[in-house]
Design a binder for this molecule. Structure first.
Ligand code: 5RP
Length: 254
């Protein structure tokens, strides 16, 4: 765990959520090893990761990296991180990415930042995946956030009807297209009782390229809090709140 005094000193002038994101991201950046091919996710938490990785690269760390979005590729390259295309590759050593929600069994909802399909490819191509989160992302039941779907526009109405048949309400994310030029549907299901079943049902809809349920990809979770970064390396009962190293319950909302 990073010393709390250091976290507070560095994040003095930052809103708490940003300070927590930065704390988790910097702790995860320390897990990157020389020679690794790293999959870098997308989002505001990952922006702190890129900053931290860039510092390590400037200090001599030798890595190759792929990005899950054009925004990530552009920012990482600008800071001196060697980014290459993923297309000719089959795997990465370590993926690090943010989440919209995550429970104690490391089941997450992702895709709020519209990088869904690439994020899923990199998460599944990773030998190991670390999720980085501020404490507001921790949940004991998935579903407070919508489940994003990256879809074929041709099938939009059809997919929305299929989502309704599964008990969800699909809303088009107006004005947003993914890097592949695909639209996104944000699907509200309420508290999700059987995430594995829902994931399989969503994946089976023709026209759905990827859904935002990441149920088996995450191997470890790093949560930034106002008293440092807390690592979770083993899945626990998702209905129980996550605890910090000293046993205290980690807050689930800011
Ligand atoms: C992008 C994602 C992000 O990782 C997720 O939305 C979290 O974003 P942030 O770190 O900005 O809170 O899945 O598609």
């Amino acid at each position: 765990m990073i010393a709390p005094s250091l976290v507070l000193q560095q994040a003095e002038h930052m809103p708490r959520q940003d300070a927590e994101k930065r704390c988790a991201a910097r702790a995860a950046a320390e897990r990157v090893e020389d020679g690794m091919l790293v999959g870098i996710g997308t989002g505001t938490t990952v922006a702190f990761l890129i900053d931290a990785l860039a510092e390590r690269v400037a200090g001599g760390l030798s890595i190759r990296a792929v990005g899950t979005s054009i925004a990530t590729e552009t920012y990482a390259r600008a800071l001196g991180i060697p980014i290459e295309p993923f297309a000719p590759l089959a795997s990465v050593d370590l993926a690090i990415d943010g989440v919209d929600e995550i429970d104690g069994a490391f089941r997450a909802i992702k895709g709020g930042g519209a990088a869904l399909l690439r994020e899923k490819v990199i998460a599944q191509a990773a030998t190991r995946m670390i999720a980085i989160a501020d404490s507001s992302k921790l949940v004991t039941a998935l579903g407070a956030q919508p489940v994003p779907l990256e879809i074929l526009d041709f099938a939009r109405g059809f997919v929305m009807a299929r989502v309704a048949a599964l008990g969800g309400e699909a809303k088009l994310r107006v004005g947003a297209l993914t890097d592949q030029g695909n639209p996104l549907l944000d699907c509200h299901f309420g508290a999700i009782e059987d995430a594995e079943r829902l994931g399989a049902e969503l994946q089976a809809i023709p026209g759905v390229f990827a859904h935002g349920l990441f149920l088996s990809e995450v191997d470890a979770l790093c949560v930034g809090t106002n008293d440092g970064a807390h690592w979770h390396e083993a899945r626990v009962d998702p209905k129980l709140p996550l605890r910090s190293d000293n046993g205290a319950i980690l807050e689930t909302k800011l």
